[in-house]
Design a protein around this ligand. Structure first.
Ligand SMILES: C[S@@+](CC[C@H](N)C(=O)[O-])C[C@H]1O[C@@H](n2cnc3c(N)ncnc32)[C@H](O)[C@@H]1O
Length: 222
C-alpha cells in the first residue's frame, strides 16, 4: 500500500513505470503542441501504468483513442456480496479494449486489483440482473453466462457471438439462476484437477481471451 495517505486505491500502482519530464527525455526538442498531451505530465514526467504509445497523453485523450476501437464485447459480474475479483476483471477488460464492464448488485467494489485501469474503462452499474438483461436486449447484445454448472456447454467448443455480453458469477454462489435463465447459454471452462472451480477473475480472463481469439483483429494489438 502507498505510504501517501492522500492517494486512494486507484493510485497505488503508480510510480514504478514510465518516463521523466519531456525536457529530460528529449533535450532541446520543443514541447508537442498536440492537444492530446497533458501539460503537467510533460513537465513532471509520466509514471502511469499505460503503454508507451500513450506517454504524456491526458486520461481523456487515452479514453477517446480506445473508444475509436473498442470491441463489441461487454463484461458483467454479479456483485451481491462485494466480490473481490472485480478489480482483476476490470484490468483484463481494459487490456482487451472491452466496451463496458457492468457491475450488477452492489455499487461498491474493491478497486485495488484494477491497478488504475478503471480510469480508462467504461463502467456501468445495474441494481439487479433484470436491469442488466433489459439493457443488453436494448443494445442488441447476446448474453452468455460463464459458469461450470450442470448442462453448461464447454467454452472450448463454442463460437461466441460477436456482439456479446459475458456474465460472471461470484465466489461462493456462482452465477444466479436469474442470470442463467436470461442467457442464451451457459459456458463452462474445462477443468482437470480437484478444485470445484477457478477464481472468477481468472475465468473472466480465459473467457475474454476466447472472444479475442475468435473475433479480434490481432493486427491491431499493441
Ligand atoms: C468460484 S466460482 C463459484 C461457483 C461454482 N459454480 C461452484 O460450483 O463452486 C465463481 C465464478 O467464477 C467463474 N468460474 C469459475 N470456475 C469456472 C469454470 N470452470 N467454468 C466457467 N466459469 C467458472 C463463474 O463465473 C463463477 O460464477
Amino acid at each position: 500500500m502507498s505510504s501517501d495517505s492522500t492517494k486512494g486505491p486507484t493510485e497505488w500502482g503508480e510510480g514504478r513505470h514510465g518516463v521523466g519530464p519531456w525536457e529530460q527525455r528529449y533535450p532541446g526538442q520543443p514541447l508537442p503542441a498536440d492537444p492530446r498531451y497533458d501539460a503537467e505530465l510533460l513537465a513532471e514526467g509520466d509514471r502511469r501504468n499505460v503503454v508507451d504509445a500513450y506517454r504524456y497523453w491526458s486520461r481523456e485523450a487515452i479514453v477517446a483513442d480506445i473508444d475509436t476501437r473498442r470491441h463489441p464485447l461487454h463484461i458483467a459480474i454479479e456483485n451481491f456480496e462485494n466480490d473481490a475479483n472485480i478489480g482483476t476483471v476490470v484490468r483484463t477488460a481494459n487490456a482487451f479494449a472491452v466496451d463496458t464492464v457492468h457491475i450488477v448488485g452492489r455499487r461498491r467494489w474493491n478497486r485495488r486489483g484494477a491497478m488504475v485501469t478503471d480510469r480508462y474503462q467504461h463502467l456501468m452499474h445495474h441494481p439487479d440482473v433484470h436491469s442488466l438483461l433489459v439493457w443488453a436486449l436494448r443494445n442488441d447484445l447476446t448474453v452468455v453466462s460463464i459458469d461450470n454448472t450442470p448442462g453448461a456447454v464447454p467454452l472450448e467448443t463454442v463460437e461466441l457471438p460477436r456482439e456479446c455480453l459475458l456474465l460472471f458469477g461470484q465466489e461462493g454462489p456462482g452465477i444466479s439462476p436469474e442470470a442463467a435463465e436470461g442467457s442464451l447459454m451457459t459456458c463452462s471452462i474445462a477443468q482437470f484437477g480437484s478444485t470445484r472451480s477457478i477464481n472468477a477473475g481468472v475465468a473472466a480472463g480465459i473467457a475474454m481471451h476466447t472472444w479475442v481469439r475468435q473475433h479480434a483483429d490481432l493486427g491491431r494489438s499493441w
